[in-house]
Design a protein around this ligand. Sequence first.
Ligand code: PHB
Length: 394
Amino acid sequence: MQFLHLIGAVAAAVLLHAAPAAGQTIKIGVLNTHSGPFATLGDMIDKGYRLYMKVNADKLPPGVRIELVVRDTGGPNPDKAKQLAQEMIVRDRIQILTGEVFTPNALAVAPLTQEAKLPFFIMNAGASVIVTRSPYIARFSFTLWQSSYPLGAWASRKYRTAYIAVSDFAPGHDSEAAFEKAFVEGGGRIVGKVRMPVANPDFVPYMQRVKDAKPDVLFSFIPAGRQATQIMKAYGDLGLDKAGVKFIGPGDITTDEELQNMGDAALGVITAHHYSAAATRPANKAFIAAWKQEYGEKSSPSFMSVGGWDAMDAIYFVIREQKGKLDPARTMELVKGYRNPGSPRGPIYIDPATRDIVQNEYIREVRKVGGQLANVELETITAVKDPWQEYQKK
Ligand code: PHB
């Protein structure tokens, strides 16, 4: 009798485990930037993952719902990021962490994700090293090496000299190193380099230095958002375009949500990136249509929005595969097999060896399409793995 009782209890436990309880809630922590000079970046990400959740509301297992715990770091602020992540882990008991515009914040919380066995699906932060800092991190955005290295190779075939100007923090340093390596390998020469403050720089003095150095190309990385417009305006105001200095960089410098504010100085700027709002592939057209319906005809998603959209698709995937019962180790196993042939940016997958995204890079040019500035894709470099990781292996 006792024995039967026991079997009954075990069977009940197994049943409980297999079927999600009605009304089950999964808590997802979102570490993001919603205030300060970089607030528009967090807004782009926020709009991306929320749109995904709205369009795909029927893609969760029955009875499972998501509760978002959204916290604001107010920009690159590693101490604050760490404190907020700690609170979300201990007090809110989040089961997945996501979001994060900024590399310094992602690096600050990486050790916590390992200690707490907390899967962290990155929506933006792009310094290559991040994924090596915790086995619980997977990245759905990009690395600066992914864009800047192919662009350096491309530029070395067309130009002889380059000046490099980047924001003075990890993604800027990565962008500089990647471009320089490829450009010099291809026979180009670097005639000057400068690192600029991360927040609120006045770009005019830097652009003057570039003009004086007379390079064939200016290669630059700055955080996307308002600074992209500011550097473009400084480039135009000082007449660098007319002086024959071609402006190139990762797509952060012509980020889609700012493009219409940049004016004609942006025409002809060449960038390498994984996402353009002007891309004509069907998955992107559907994404843009849904975006405009939700946020208005004049609003444009950026690459950060697509990072939010795709990371949320992966979160839905791991929830579905586990029928709403999340186990951290299983979540990480599943994410290593994640692939999506139909992202707005083209086909993507997670490299199981590094937990980093593999995706196409596009060489784009800013042109006018229907009277609007657009990042028009010219060439596709398919299935690019993070070149920095590839070099670590050698
Ligand atoms: C980063 O901190 O990794 C970062 C921030 C802004 C960007 C790209 C990367 O536009």
